[in-house]
Design a protein around this ligand. Structure first.
Ligand SMILES: Cc1cc2nc3c(=O)[nH]c(=O)nc-3n(C[C@H](O)[C@H](O)[C@H](O)COP(=O)(O)OP(=O)(O)OC[C@H]3O[C@@H](n4cnc5c(N)ncnc54)[C@H](O)[C@@H]3O)c2cc1C
Length: 308
């Protein structure tokens, strides 16, 4: 029996584990892949306070070491169900995975295009985060793929750094806010490549050097020379398994405020899977700290009720 089970060992989950363990709680992390979450895909993190230039995998490893040194256990399994019976949550119907408090920190996965070699090129020219990785393309050429707010925001952001920015979208019209589209159109170094569908990543020495795209109507091909490709075709949280307890927004995020509490006592939501505006390392670790602190308070409150 644990005090707190945390589902997802990314930055949010591991920070929650750190806070829970330091508060003297017995904490279990449930992780389906490996500790670290999305940040292990980042070769260089430049916006985490006091750790400029850290490699994402090193960040994850240091956090894992910090957490396990405090006695936090990690079990490698996918949480496929979550139920609450009385005061206790149970993961996967497993009696060994029971606790009075659960923190959901399952993050998001960014959708890709499913083109050949895509996974291997993440971190080698393909990125999902302009704010994080845009600086690598200063004075170079970057390509953003997508037609929503994120794509247009990324394009505007990159236009301030890059020599040239292509925006590739499969339609002429953009889903993004019109003010954003107008702003992007006003930038002289942004070129819109529409309606084009990406076909193939081009590489040199294992690193992106271009993109081949096909005109959606006449089938003609166009090759864009580009140093980086930013995929902004959506991201998906992985919370279907907990949807009975944690109501999800239409986009699939778990609804919880800045205090990370869900409407179910003892259930907290932390990190990128929470419905919020900014999804970054700093906000993920902030959520982890808040969720664990309030989870500890919750456990202490039910303990004191039982002891009275
Ligand atoms: C390529 C890349 C570069 C980035 N660079 C930066 C940067 O430079 N600076 C910055 O601030 N942010 C950056 N980010 C964003 C940052 O990584 C995320 O905001 C942060 O990792 C979110 O942390 P999280 O713990 O909420 O979720 P995640 O990191 O997504 O971790 C969630 C964890 O939960 C696990 N999980 C999911 N479902 C289950 C389940 N059912 N059962 C068990 N385990 C499960 C996953 O395997 C994963 O380990 C980058 C993201 C990417 C993809």
């Amino acid at each position: 029996m644990y005090d707190i089970i945390i589902i997802g060992a990314g930055p949010a989950g591991m920070t929650a584990a750190l806070y829970g363990a330091r508060a003297g709680k017995k904490v279990l992390l449930v992780e389906k892949e490996f500790p670290g979450g999305q940040i292990v895909n980042s070769p260089l993190v430049e916006n985490y306070p006091a750790l400029p230039g850290i490699n994402g995998a090193d960040f994850a490893l240091q956090l894992q070491e910090q957490v396990t040194a405090l006695g936090v256990e990690i079990t490698y399994t996918e949480a496929g169900s979550l139920e609450k019976q009385g005061d206790f949550f149970r993961v996967n119907g497993d009696d060994a995975l029971q606790a009075p408090a659960v923190i959901l920190a399952t993050g998001v996965h960014h959708r890709g295009l499913g083109l050949e070699n895509e996974e291997a090129l993440v971190g080698a020219g393909i990125s999902f985060c302009a704010v994080c990785d845009g600086a690598f393309y200063r004075d170079r050429t970057a390509t953003v793929i997508g037609g929503g707010d994120t794509a247009l925001q990324d394009a505007v952001y990159l236009s301030a750094l890059c020599k040239k920015v292509y925006v590739v979208h499969r339609r002429e019209a953009f889903r993004a806010a019109q003010a954003l589209v107008k702003k992007a159109r006003s930038k002289s170094n942004i070129e819109f490549v529409t309606p084009y569908v990406p076909l193939r990543y081009l590489t040199r020495d294992g690193v992106i050097c271009g993109l081949e795209a096909e005109h959606k109507e006449d089938g003609s091909l166009r090759t864009l020379e580009t140093d980086g490709i930013f995929l902004a075709v959506g991201q998906s949280p992985d919370l279907a398994f907990a949807a009975d307890l944690a109501p999800l927004t239409p986009q699939g995020y778990a609804a919880a405020g800045e205090d990370c509490r869900s409407h179910v006592p003892g259930l907290f939501i932390a990190g990128d899977c929470r419905d919020k505006q900014v999804r970054q390392l700093t906000t993920a670790v902030g959520d982890g700290a808040v969720a664990a602190t309030l989870a500890c308070e919750y456990i202490d409150s039910i303990d004191s009720l039982e002891n009275n």
